[in-house]
Write a protein that binds this ligand. Structure first.
Ligand code: URA
Length: 213
């Protein structure tokens, strides 16, 4: 597994705004999307392209465009991943969007899919999973396995923050033969006793959407 902390002053600046308790919901949402666009810049370096003939005001030449066949697919993990979708689509407007809602069954500890809007066959597709917080790694591991069961072999995850515990769990539990990359804005210190990333930014879903009770 390739694991990359994308280091850039713009990312560090925007991340600090996200972490701050004083940043209100509307601003938080905007910054998440700006940040995702910056992370996507690095995470999509290997995205498939094709050559096309174009005509400039001066002459004909050969240009490049993102491949339309097969198109990349973006998979936001519900619910917080949805907050990253606009930023990803801004960078890759040709992408298809699938949705995935996964949670662990409290009794069996088996992953349960409560929402799925994905093609059955992901063979040959470049898949971009977006989920802001790589905490224990549980949801991301289940999501990656779900995509891999549908034939996906080329999977890139984009997260805003990661905890070392989650990165280690991914290294230990996922198939090492998968072509898997993880791009994050920062690797934080640790998880606290209730599974929050420290120093982190709090509950990403709550900060994006406010708390719905
Ligand atoms: N999920 C969050 O939203 N925040 C954390 O810190 C960990 C998991």
């Amino acid at each position: 597994m390739e694991f990359v902390v994308v280091e850039h002053p713009l990312i560090a600046h925007k991340l600090s705004l996200l972490r701050s308790l004083e940043t209100p919901t509307a601003l938080f949402r905007n910054i998440v999307n700006e940040l995702v666009a910056l992370l996507a810049y690095e995470a999509t370096r290997r995205v498939k392209t094709e050559q096309i003939e174009i005509v400039t005001p001066i002459t004909k030449t050969i240009g490049t465009r993102l491949s339309k066949s097969p198109r990349p697919i973006i998979v936001p993990v519900l619910r917080a991943g949805l907050g990253m979708l606009d930023g990803m689509l801004h960078s890759m407007p040709v992408a298809e969007v699938g949705f995935l809602g996964i949670k662990r069954n409290e009794e069996t500890l088996e992953p349960q899919t409560y929402a799925n809007r994905l093609p059955d066959d992901l063979m040959g597709r470049q898949c971009y999973i977006i989920d802001p917080m790589l905490a224990t790694g549980g949801t991301l591991i289940d999501s990656i396995n779900y995509l891999a069961e549908r034939g996906a072999q080329d999977i890139t995850c984009i997260c805003i923050l990661a905890a070392p515990e989650g990165v280690q769990a991914m290294r230990e539990e996922l198939d090492p033969n998968l072509n898997l990359s993880v791009f994050v804005g920062a690797l934080d210190e640790r998880l606290n006793e209730v599974g929050y990333i420290v120093p982190g930014l709090g509950d990403a879903g709550d900060r994006l959407y406010g708390t719905a009770n």
